[in-house]
Design a protein around this ligand. Structure first.
Ligand code: FAD
Length: 247
């Protein structure tokens, strides 16, 4: 285990609010995954409450060569939140960035901080007769930031695409602590490079997602589940065609 030196932990405490830095037993719940397997050895968990706090944390880490492992709901189950062993590291939890910033049914968007759960976004969309389409089993714990970082797909992926197809804009904190605000909500946006795609599926390697503009869809009049037994792969494409026709 490589733990940041005490003076670095003191810098986190000085820059952030009193609930933001966890060590010892307080940090443990963030270092175990849902199977109770240890996924991080960081020993220090930093939980800023806003984007400015994330940026301050990243700046301190950059100054002291401390590695950062971003964490949302920690539901990934594939050791994406495991710590490096070659230098000190922290877990940077986005869980306290848990505000839905705006719901705009007329523009078909919700803007949510990275720590908001997928289920909370789905419920906010439902309340205005819209659908946030990405959906997977961990919806109640998995976060907007984690879903974006892994470009998760899930149950509705054939019809609505991965997270990438449901994100219009992103705010992210870069490796030097710069806040990049790319939260655009234009459907017809031809204004040059679409940099958000570098962060989607990037698992935090190019920046920490702090907020996103998410795309809403029309509410579906009814939903049903179907178990189809097919005789071979040849039958699969026509079955999907049929499903799309009736979508
Ligand atoms: C490549 C990949 C694809 C997946 N696709 C599916 C799927 O289609 N269906 C399904 O049910 N599950 C899928 N999963 C599991 C999926 O990761 C989780 O269910 C969920 O999306 C993760 O959300 P979380 O908030 O729990 O993220 P965590 O488990 O906390 O983190 C997951 C990864 O994202 C990084 N990360 C977390 N938050 C941020 C952030 N704000 N900014 C930058 N990086 C961050 C973490 O460091 C870690 O690498 C996938 C996992 C991976 C690794």
């Amino acid at each position: 285990m490589t733990v940041p030196a005490d003076h670095i932990v003191d810098e986190f405490r000085a820059a952030l609010d009193c609930n933001a830095v966890l060590t010892g037993g307080d940090a443990d719940p963030f270092l175990l995954d849902p199977r109770n397997l240890r996924t991080a050895d960081a020993a220090v968990v930093v939980r800023p409450a806003d984007t400015a706090g994330v940026a301050a944390t990243v700046r301190i880490c950059a100054a002291h060569n401390v590695a950062i492992v971003p964490q949302g709901g920690n539901t990934g189950l594939s050791y994406g939140t495991e710590s490096p062993t070659d230098r000190p590291s922290i877990v940077l939890s986005l869980a306290r960035l848990n505000q839905i910033e705006s719901v705009d049914p007329d523009r078909w968007t919700i803007t949510a901080q990275a720590g908001v759960t997928i289920e909370a976004v789905q419920n906010a969309a439902k309340a205005v007769n819209r659908v946030f389409a990405p959906d997977w089993g961990a919806r109640g714990t998995a976060s907007v930031g984690g879903g974006i970082a892994t470009d998760a797909g899930g149950n509705n992926v054939v019809r609505y695409g991965n997270m990438r197809d449901n994100v219009m804009g992103i705010e992210a904190v870069l490796a030097d602590g710069t806040i990049w605000d790319g939260r655009r909500a234009l459907v017809k946006d031809s204004s040059g490079y679409d940099l958000k795609h570098l962060f989607i599926g990037g698992e935090g390697t190019l920046g920490i997602v702090t907020s996103a503009v998410l795309k809403l869809r029309p509410a579906t009049p009814y939903e049903t589940s179907l178990l189809a037994a097919i005789t071979g792969l040849d039958a699969l494409a026509p079955l999907l065609d049929l499903a799309q026709q009736h979508a």
